[in-house]
Design a protein around this ligand. Structure first.
Ligand code: 15L
Length: 264
């Protein structure tokens, strides 16, 4: 049993993880941001607060060993918002991890830190960052931060470069990028419990034959995906691909052609 802090517990991914981490026998301190969550069992405590505030970070991390950090901006947004949530708050969270002597932080990175790689490339975990926007860029910062807190402070780090975490794949790109919910939980459980060599980055993807990513790094921590987007291929291939012609050529898909020019 590991005492896990889960940030972003009320979000899409947090909602998937809460019951599954509890069912695996771990205890949870779940941070719901501004919303007060109802504990799912006696093994879950809930906290609220903005993670830019060290007191909120302290409430979330008190008495825990590993943080699964799923909070933050999860799509392309104006730069000031991305900076507050994904740079400033993340820094507070890592400082909290130091104060509370956490063993490990599992960080929700994203495929969008690599979104400008062409779809014809198959990337290993050591591929260079090629962010497709300011959101993807913030995830490169987050991965750098995980690396730094291992090198400087001995806090283990696992960065999950999450593809498309959805109940089911619905469009052509997802045949490559889909991460099924059960596989998401499998990957997070491995990331929390497996021995890691200090700092590690892995792809968050199911067992998709068309995957853009070679996930040997995740296999090394015991991740065995059991879901495959290919099971939905017939249905998806019968639909029109919603992406524009340029977005189809880049791993980040629609994010890679989004306009991030600051608006007055
Ligand atoms: C992400 O990083 C986003 O959080 C999610 O909303 C999806 O867009 C996903 O990537 C994706 O690439 O499909």
């Amino acid at each position: 049993m590991i005492r896990i802090a889960l940030s972003g517990a009320g979000g899409q991914i947090g909602t998937v993880l809460r019951p599954r981490l509890l069912a695996a026998g771990h205890s949870l301190r779940s941070g719901g941001g501004p919303s007060r969550l109802e504990p799912l069992s006696d093994a879950e405590a809930v906290t609220t607060g903005d993670l830019r505030d060290p007191d909120a970070v302290d409430r979330l991390l008190a008495g825990t060993e590993v943080l699964v950090h799923m909070a933050g901006t999860s799509v392309e947004r104006p730069l000031p918002e991305v900076i507050e949530n994904n740079l400033v708050a993340l820094h507070q969270v890592y400082e909290g991890a130091r104060r509370h002597r956490l063993r490990r932080v599992v960080f929700a990175s994203s495929n969008h830190a690599f979104g400008m790689h062409p779809v014809t490339e198959r990337l290993t975990a050591d591929a260079p960052f090629r962010p497709d926007g300011v959101y993807g860029l913030s995830k490169a910062w987050g991965e750098g931060m995980g690396r730094m807190y291992w090198d400087r402070h001995g806090i283990e780090g696992v960065a999950l470069r999450i593809g498309s975490a959805l109940p089911r794949p619905t469009e052509f790109r997802h045949l490559s990028t889909w991460l099924g919910h059960d596989d998401l939980a499998r990957l997070v459980l491995c990331s929390v419990t497996a021995p890691v060599p200090g700092y590690l980055a892995v792809w968050g993807v199911s067992d998709n034959p068309r995957s853009y990513w070679d996930n040997a790094a995740a296999a090394a921590i015991g991740y065995r995906p059991a879901q495959s987007a290919e099971d939905y291929a017939a249905e998806i291939l019968a639909r029109e691909n919603p992406l524009d012609p340029v977005a189809r050529t880049l791993q980040g898909g629609g994010f890679a052609t989004m306009d991030y020019t600051p608006q007055e």
